[in-house]
Design a protein around this ligand. Structure first.
Ligand SMILES: Cc1ncc(COP(=O)(O)O)c(C=O)c1O
Length: 456
């Protein structure tokens, strides 16, 4: 049974006996909604490698769903966390403040592509950053309406879930949703109407946004537009720069706050620290989460001082928000990103992934009788996704095939995740510290299993 590649080491069938026993125990005591994507229990992880309870070593292309741009257990970050824990674990920043929170604010303010004087505030989760950004925008504008995009994902709390687009599994059965949310199309260029040029389609989406202010919510009632510069859960769709330009013009003209949710796309993953930088859009607020602190619970809102200062004393906050251990980890993460040049590295890794997907697409096409194809390869930097279809003309989504690729991949030592409104996009959320040969080893496995799935 033993499989010994360079990085991958499989010493049992997957799952091994210890993982099996623990996942069986899990079924009895953990709520079913927390279902398992990988059927093994982790023991430890370093860089891009995960070792399970049975001693199997996997290559991790999921990075804790995009939280590990600096990799698992980076020694500098571990040290910062250990030191912070040894000093103090909690005070509530608004009761007794600490330096790491202030330093983190200064550093993220310096990085955020928001014009003018800026401020920051930290929360626990991405969804909480979304909730608070909406509160700030409403207080600042004295308006209620929020425009969100088709394909958006902003989290699972009531406001964040209401702003999210995909109904199953995220919304169905969980209404009533927060009011004053208006949905507009976002350009999903690969699935634009037949016969429509990309340019015309992007214009159509911009027109729809403008029209929403006539037929859905009046500009006098619209506080904010929230968008992911590259949609994450929605299918790894970078928003077209022309669409974003139009969005910004509409927002500025109508005193509408522009909120960029960079919880998934931020922290260098796209080859610039924030995706907005390369898409030519200047939001008023930027939301950060995920890779900010290697998965410790912290998120942030960075934005215009006048907007962040709008809510009065004690209206924004929470017991644990911006906790000191996570702030220390977040400062160490920024050090590692700078010292190891991970933003530049993301762009390099992105080229490797893109080339490998192009090759995979060609091999799938050349496979006799293939029922699996890559219809689109897209994304910025290392945030690359491949959209799998059953037929390149009809573009019928190949969701079960992508599930099969991931499952087979895991059984051969590669952990990957998917996204997309049809669940047919294999997405890369790799730790940016992954060596190229390890990445290629993982992509060899994924290519091999994709070809097997294509043959049926
Ligand atoms: C773009 C985006 N916004 C918000 C969230 C919600 O973050 P959290 O799960 O930390 O609440 C996510 C999580 O996947 C996300 O990708």
């Amino acid at each position: 049974m033993a499989v010994q590649n360079k990085a991958i080491k499989l010493v049992t069938a997957i799952p091994g006996p210890k993982s099996k026993a623990l996942t069986t125990a899990k079924e009895k005591v953990v709520a079913d909604a927390l279902s398992l994507h990988v059927p093994v229990i982790i023991k430890e992880a370093h860089g891009a490698l995960v070792t399970d309870a049975d001693g199997n070593v996997f290559i991790d292309l999921a990075g804790g769903l995009g939280c590990l741009n600096v990799g698992h257990s980076h020694p500098k970050v571990v040290k910062a966390i250990q030191d912070a824990v040894a000093n103090f674990t909690h005070t509530d920043f608004s009761v007794i403040p600490y330096e790491s929170y202030i330093t983190l604010s200064e550093r993220l303010i310096a990085l955020a592509p928001v014009k003018g004087p800026k401020k920051a505030a930290f929360f626990n989760s991405g969804a909480e950053a979304v909730e608070n950004a909406v509160k700030m925008a409403r207080k600042f504008t004295h308006k209620m309406g929020i425009i969100a995009l088709e394909g958006a994902f902003h989290g699972r709390t009531n406001m964040a879930m209401s702003l999210t687009s995909k109904v199953k599994p995220y919304k169905s059965g969980f209404g009533p949703f927060a009011p004053e949310i208006y949905r507009v199309p976002a350009p999903y260029v690969y699935r634009r109407p037949d016969g429509m040029s990309e340019k015309a389609y992007v214009k159509f989406c911009g027109d729809a946004l403008e029209k929403a202010l006539l037929i859905q919510v009046h500009p006098d009632d619209c506080a904010a537009i929230i968008f992911e510069p590259q949609q994450g859960e929605g299918g790894f769709i970078p928003l077209h720069p022309d669409y974003l330009k139009r969005m910004q013009e509409i927002a500025r003209k109508n005193n509408i706050v522009l909120i960029a949710d960079e919880i998934q796309s931020g922290y260098g993953r796209t080859g610039t620290f924030f995706a907005c930088e390369q898409l030519g859009v200047e939001p008023d607020m930027i939301l950060v989460g995920k890779s900010i602190a290697v998965g410790l619970p912290i998120s942030g809102v960075i934005g215009r001082k006048d907007i962040l200062d709008a809510p009065p004393d004690s209206t924004i906050g929470g017991t644990y928000v911006g906790n000191p251990v996570a702030c220390s980890a977040a400062n160490a993460v920024l050090d590692v990103i700078e010292e190891e040049g991970l933003v530049k590295r993301a762009a390099e890794l992105g080229k490797v992934i893109r080339d490998r997907f192009v090759t995979m697409a060609k091999k799938l096409e050349a496979t006799p009788g293939s029922k699996l194809f890559i219809g689109d390869i897209r994304g910025l930097g290392a945030m690359i996704g491949a959209e799998f279809v059953k037929d390149t003309t009809t573009k019928e989504p190949a969701a079960s095939e992508v599930n099969a690729i991931m499952a087979k991949g895991i059984s051969r030592g590669v952990i990957s995740v998917k996204c997309g409104i049809y669940g047919n996009v294999l997405r890369m959320l790799i730790p940016l510290v992954i060596p190229t040969d390890v990445l290629n080893e993982a992509l060899d496995v994924l290519e091999q299993v994709a070809l097997e799935v294509a043959k049926g």
